[in-house]
Design a protein around this ligand. Structure first.
Ligand code: PMT
Length: 415
């Protein structure tokens, strides 16, 4: 995935710096070149020698080294990379980045760069939640810095909460997602330019009467993130969304619906597609005869019986073989038990090509939360992905879709 990519890894001073060894191994295992900048505080936790041995490259520490300046100035050091990764991103280095300081080599390189920056924060929970850090992170996000983590968990300082640096596998996934989604440096074959995509997202609402409905807890975060990731790779995306509070993604045509029947009609109206992804939580049933007026409570009478009837299965309908079928149909499986077995079965029953399986038990926080732990089920097998942000899941999925669909039609036609 990262063959030939050049990563400048900035290692700042935190106990999580030891995870950089594993991070470098993983990045190099994927074919990336890794060059390290180590801060003075970082050198208290890991040695230049260990980073040099793992990266098989010189480790840069000193802004005023004449040799370094003659071989490679700090501007060039930052510009010759495809991506800058700050891991661990301590409260201190985030503050210096936000303030635009250039008081050591790491800060100078970050200020001088014109390349995307990924930060993997790691610090004590109180430092992470302090108003100063919150404001610094906000500032950096507005300037385009991407964040992965931090995760919740037990800390070296015996406290518990957000502040643990993301695991190396999660950082690698974020790097893959950023480099794969980059408009200027896509991985070979990763463009979706010229492709037409449909995404469903959010819940449906099935009317019982004009004021009551059947629905579920879907927020639309996962489906909207997928629409956005596909658009970033150049696809022409139609997003059919149930009622959600998340904003419409940029560069995407959004069709807003309420019920499953309306969602099916909007999907069928989307025209010829290359790929369709069904992330919506469609209500399986609707009221058999929704009342035209509000059902009134009758004193002393038992509650009215609610007769249900099945909704159309949108995923199964679009998956049916025929000239209109998209080349790739991706369903989701929301399960609370036997996740993988149910998802494998669902892929066959619905006739789709891939299933993204996620556990939606309340304890997972998948519905409405920021993160998701998914398995990708294909005809070839089942892949377990690490816990990622929903944006990262979307980025990875978009990259996989682009790789599966291959080169854009216009390129093939020109040959
Ligand atoms: O919206 P978020 O808060 O971010 O949460 C994301 C999510 C949990 C909703 C999402 O990741 C997810 O799992 N979406 C699928 C939810 C679902 O309805 O799963 P299911 O196992 O019941 O359905 C299987 C597949 O069939 C899904 O692709 C679903 O969109 C589709 N379906 C289901 C019923 C139906 N009548 N028509 C359908 O197309």
């Amino acid at each position: 995935m990262l063959n030939g990519k050049r990563i400048l890894l900035i290692v700042a001073g935190g106990i999580a710096a030891f995870k950089c060894h594993d991070l470098i191994r993983r990045l190099r295992g994927q074919g990336a070149h890794v060059r390290c900048v180590l801060t003075e505080a970082g050198a208290r936790f890991v040695t230049p020698l260990s980073l040099q041995a793992l990266s098989e490259d010189k480790v840069y520490t000193d802004m005023f080294s004449l040799t370094d300046e003659s071989e490679m100035g700090h501007i060039e050091l930052s510009r010759e990379a495809d991506l800058l990764v700050v891991a661990p991103a301590t409260a201190n280095i985030l503050a210096r980045m936000a303030a635009g300081m250039a008081d050591d080599l790491a800060a100078t390189v970050l200020l001088a760069t014109d390349k995307p920056v990924l930060a993997a924060p790691a610090m004590n929970v109180r430092m992470w939640t302090h108003a100063a850090t919150v404001a610094n992170v906000e500032t950096l996000k507005k300037r385009g810095v991407t964040f992965v983590g931090p995760n919740d968990g037990a800390m070296a300082c015996n406290e518990y909460g957000p502040g643990r640096m993301s695991e190396p596998a999660e950082i690698v996934a974020a790097i893959e997602s950023m480099l794969g989604a980059s408009a200027t440096g896509p991985l070979a074959g990763q463009s979706l330019a010229g492709r037409r995509a449909l995404v469903t997202s959010g819940p449906t609402r099935e009317a019982i009467d004009p004021v009551r409905y059947i629905s579920n807890h879907s927020s639309g975060k996962q489906g909207h993130a997928i629409a956005s990731a596909l658009a970033k790779l150049g696809a022409e995306v139609t997003l059919v969304s149930g009622p959600v509070a998340v904003p419409d993604p940029m560069g995407v045509k959004v069709v807003k619906i309420d019920s499953a029947d309306q969602m099916l009609a909007a999907c069928q109206a989307a025209g010829q597609l290359d790929v369709a992804i069904f992330a919506a939580a469609v209500a399986d049933w609707k009221a058999a005869s929704p009342a035209g007026a509000k059902i009134k409570k009758q004193a002393g009478a038992p509650p009215p019986a609610l007769e249900l009837t099945p909704n159309p299965d949108i995923l199964a309908t679009v998956s049916r073989p025929g000239p209109q079928r998209p080349a790739l149909v991706v369903g989701f499986a929301a399960e609370t038990e036997n996740l993988v077995a149910n998802a494998v079965d669902k892929r066959k029953r619905k006739g789709c090509d891939w299933i993204v399986a996620n556990d939606v038990s309340p304890a997972t926080g998948t519905f409405g939360g920021e993160r998701n732990t998914v398995h990708l089920v294909t005809a070839e097998g089942v892949e377990a992905w690490p816990t990622l942000s929903k944006d990262e899941v979307a980025g990875r999925l978009a990259d996989r879709i682009a790789a599966q669909l291959g080169r854009p039609r216009s390129v093939k036609a020109a040959e």
